[in-house]
Design a protein around this ligand. Structure first.
Ligand code: SER
Length: 444
């Protein structure tokens, strides 16, 4: 199964079930100011989940570009990604649990041909405010799932959203693929991290809104919000053990291996994976029509952090030249059919990568020397002081997460509390400075 076949299988299936296919929205949320990036397919639909009428109707489906930075330190393992594609279907006050689960079940068993015994699901166990979701349990049982395939968990596992402070949310039922290996213990279940269960789909029964005061109110309408990770499904159904062995990453990994081979350099598999993953994410951020540039704030900072991390990993392997534009070309070629914007913005993507590399290479060597000094000098058991970490940030352009990574590689840590103090003091000073300049300009 190829990525484009999977995208098509998904939206065709839901189109047949009366859904309108909508285009992937921007990676920079247009309809949800509570988050920096689109982290799930629901963000562009927030006003409609809250009750506004969507021009295309009450049943929608799409494949949405998403970016999550919460797992950035895990990137390089078999599964974690920053950028990913989420296939989803929505009911905006139309169908609810019964029909949503029926369609999910039909797609899993009739389209993806998953044997029913390979499916495990989780259901909300209830708490003081929202009761146990026995309705969902019954629906799954009616589909033929045994009690042993149904697991109940609390809010930690079976409540989705909102990703920001406020917004639509609700209990969910998550669908897992059972990899078929034995349970690691008597307590092993979908929440266990042993690898027996891999989450592939989430159906959220979005009938609540979280308010600014932390309370939950019922929405005007009962919605369904689902999301299935394209990369995960592709990995599992092609019998691969990690996402880098799928067609999504093979071209860029091959290109990277060629570069490394020609230079006779050595780079760990984990570092190679991080570069392949980050270059894809960066191409999608830079390729977005909103044209974000690397900077020290918000989305621009995430972009900077991803780019600088790749530059450092090349440097770690003794490679000073900029190969990011070459790698970006591979990604652009691969994705421009499904996401034309990254082809349209190819020049901008490369320009920004080149500028940021030139900028960072000016300070990287000196900064790494300083970091070595700082991390070598102080006692091994003490954390690197916030003051030194701030100096690396301010003078040498090291994102703080990057300094943490350098420290971690040496078995050390960073005093984040004192870093934050220095950072905030610096921000306040800059603000005062800007206000002073403005005051003087106004007064003259
Ligand atoms: N919003 C839900 C999630 O991200 C379903 O897509 O899991």
């Amino acid at each position: 199964m190829t990525a484009s076949e999977l995208r098509k299988m998904y939206v065709d299936f839901f189109e047949e079930k009366g859904h309108k296919v909508i285009a992937s929205a921007s990676l920079l949320p247009e309809n949800d100011p509570t988050v920096l990036f689109t982290t799930a397919g629901m963000h562009p639909l927030v006003p409609y989940l809250l009750g506004e009428t969507h021009p295309q109707g009450r049943r929608l489906t799409d494949v949405q570009k998403c970016l999550r930075t919460g797992d950035i330190d895990e990137v390089g393992d078999d599964t974690h990604l920053t950028f990913f594609e989420m296939m989803g279907n929505w009911s905006l006050g139309d169908y609810f649990k019964e029909e949503a689960i029926s369609m999910s079940f039909e797609f899993l068993t009739n389209v993806l041909n998953i044997p029913i015994e390979r499916i495990a699901v989780t259901v909300f166990e209830g708490d003081l405010t929202v009761p146990k979701d026995t309705e969902t349990e019954t629906i799954w049982k009616n589909k033929g799932l045994k009690q042993t395939q149904i697991y109940f968990y609390g809010r930690e596992e079976n409540w989705w959203g909102p990703p920001g402070k406020t917004g639509p949310c609700g209990p969910d039922t998550e669908i897992f693929y059972d990899m078929g290996k034995p349970k690691c213990s008597d307590h092993c279940g979908p929440a266990c991290k042993c690898g027996k269960y891999v989450e592939i789909w989430n159906n959220v029964f979005m009938k609540f809104n979280k308010e600014a005061d932390g309370s939950f109110t019922e929405l005007k309408q009962k919605n369904v919000d689902t999301g299935m990770g394209l990369e995960r499904v592709l990995t599992i159904f092609n019998g691969k053990t990690n996402v880098y062995d799928t067609e999504l990453f093979i071209p860029v990994m091959t290109h990277l291996n060629n570069i490394i081979g020609e230079l006779d350099a050595i780079m760990s598999i984990r570092d190679k994976r991080i570069i392949c993953e980050h270059i894809r994410a960066v191409c999608f951020i830079l390729g977005d029509p909103q044209k974000i540039c690397p900077s020290n704030t918000e989305q621009g900072y995430i972009l900077r952090r991803l780019i600088r991390r790749m530059i450092r990993l090349f440097k770690k392997a003794g490679i000073n030249q900029n190969y990011l534009c070459d790698l970006a070309e591979v990604i652009i070629l691969q994705y421009k059919e499904a996401y034309p914007e990254i082809g349209d913005n190819e020049t901008f993507i490369k320009e920004q990568l080149q500028n940021e590399t030139d900028l960072f290479l000016k300070t990287l060597d000196m900064g790494l020397k300083k970091a070595d000094q700082y991390l070598g000098k102080t006692d091994e058991n003490t954390a690197l002081s916030g003051e030194l970490a701030f100096k690396l940030y301010d003078t040498y352009g090291f994102p703080i997460e990057f300094t943490c990574e350098l420290a971690r590689e040496r078995g050390r840590s960073v005093d984040m509390e004192s870093f934050r103090e220095k950072f905030t003091a610096h921000q306040n000073k800059s603000r005062e400075g800007a206000a002073e300049i403005q005051r003087r300009a106004g007064g003259s």
